[in-house]
Design a binder for this molecule. Structure first.
Ligand code: GLV
Ligand code: MN
Ligand code: MN
Length: 409
């Protein structure tokens, strides 16, 4: 490849702007929950973009959208990808940028009249966020064979909507078997979603891997009673227990290196000011770069809950919403990202990913790596999520260089 080959930064930004208009929120972010009407519109737009490029577009049984550029030889493909679903209060960049950067890489090759040796493809994976259906990274998990199509189709959202029904409703239950396109390598560009790159003075991130994650749902049952007449010692209050568990999980992060904890959902019933609650459903998001340390943190939380059950008469039931081990990426592809950045004169540093990504699932199938660009203010899963046009182009050019090298090796 001519080392002068560059993606078209203006076209990249203009595609992102077009996709951002779908599900745009007044706060300047995006709400395209998986398999919602907005997700369908985003998918329709993406399929149109892929078709306009002359890609062979295929949809699989879990709704993953695959755009394929034929190479000169048969064999496994170099796959680029990410997701276009968002959390309920998401930004414009998380996921969408990775898919659009992949499309831009293939558009750049097409414009230059370059045909890679290997097939190349862009995939937009279904329900990466896990904001509507569990687990997160569901489309790539199914693609990688970690979960059956039938089990995924049976997943329910918080209102009881069935994933398979929603997939058919938006017209994206496709005929292909997930994983139908064998993978030679997987590369993903993403925003960092944290403060590290910006605080280090900018530059890109060559991602070395993804930390371990455990999502738990806890259902706490106590005894509903009158808030004015029930003496404190007589109460069985799952609301109080939920607050204690949240604080305990936070304390655990101070004793186990690298440990993170978040309680993002607390649903109290019956939710009346003067009723001691009957039930609380809460979630815990626990993460750590070390599998062993994460297991230690989870065990500590579970032991604390067992004490609450014994001491306060609260019932607690646990359900796994997601559980994925720490995932190291492939050294040769991490080095490939660094090489591409060096060729472009762009600073790049190695870093681990705090967030989950489809790359975590794809690494079950093939050598995998990611490139990060800075997130201004470190913000993500927030309408104010922002990355500069310059950084987006830089990241996409690194992706182009790395992908082209693997596709011709
Ligand atoms: C995905 O966005 C995650 O929660 O890491
Ligand atoms: Mn993402
Ligand atoms: Mn996300």
């Amino acid at each position: 490849m001519s080392s002068n080959l560059r993606i078209d930064g203006a076209r990249l930004v203009s595609r992102l702007t077009e996709l951002s208009a779908i599900g745009a929120t007044p706060e300047g972010g995006c709400r395209r929950l998986a398999l919602s009407d907005e997700d369908r519109q985003g998918r329709d737009w993406l399929v149109g973009q892929m078709q306009a490029l002359g890609l062979d577009v295929k949809i699989d049984a879990i709704g993953n959208i695959v755009g394929i550029l034929k190479g000169r030889e048969d064999g496994p493909a170099v796959i680029l990808g990410s997701h276009i679903d968002t959390v309920g209060t998401g930004g414009r960049f998380d996921g969408a940028l990775g898919v659009i950067a992949g499309v831009e890489v293939l558009a750049t090759l097409r414009d230059a009249g370059l045909t890679p040796k290997r097939d190349m493809a862009v995939i937009a994976f279904t329900n990466e966020e896990g904001a509507r259906f569990h687990p997160d990274m569901l489309g790539s998990y199914v693609w990688a064979g970690g979960m059956s199509v039938a089990a995924a189709h049976a997943e329910l959202d918080a209102d009881g909507a069935v994933l398979g029904t929603e997939l058919r409703r938006i017209g994206y239950e496709g005929p292909e078997q997930p994983g139908f396109l064998p993978a030679h390598a997987y590369l993903e560009m993403h925003i960092e979603q944290g403060p590290v790159l910006e605080s280090e003075g900018g530059g890109l991130g060559a991602v070395t891997g993804i930390q371990a994650i455990c999502w738990l749902e806890l259902t706490l049952k106590g005894r509903p009673s009158h808030a004015g007449t029930t003496p404190m010692a007589y109460r069985k209050d799952p609301g109080l227990a939920a607050a204690r568990i949240n604080i305990f999980a936070n304390e655990v992060t101070k004793t186990i290196p690298g440990q993170l904890a978040n309680c993002g959902v607390i649903r109290v019933q019956p939710a009346n000011v003067n009723v001691v609650p009957e039930t609380v459903v809460m979630t815990l998001d626990l993460r750590n770069p070390s599998d062993a340390a994460l297991a230690e943190a989870e065990a500590a939380v579970r032991a604390y809950c067992a004490d609450l059950v014994a001491r306060d008469g609260i019932e607690i039931a646990f359900r796994d919403l997601a559980r994925f081990p720490a995932t190291p990426f492939a050294e040769e592809l991490i080095a490939g990202m660094e090489q591409s950045a060096a060729e472009l004169g762009l600073p790049i540093r190695r870093m681990i990913s705090g967030a989950g990504h489809d790359a975590q699932m794809m690494s079950r199938l093939c050598p995998t790596a990611m490139v990060f660009i800075p997130s201004i203010g470190g913000l993500s899963h927030n309408p104010a999520e922002f990355s500069t046009d310059e950084d987006m182009a830089a990241g996409a050019n690194v992706l182009l260089g790395a992908a082209w090298r693997v596709a011709n090796a």
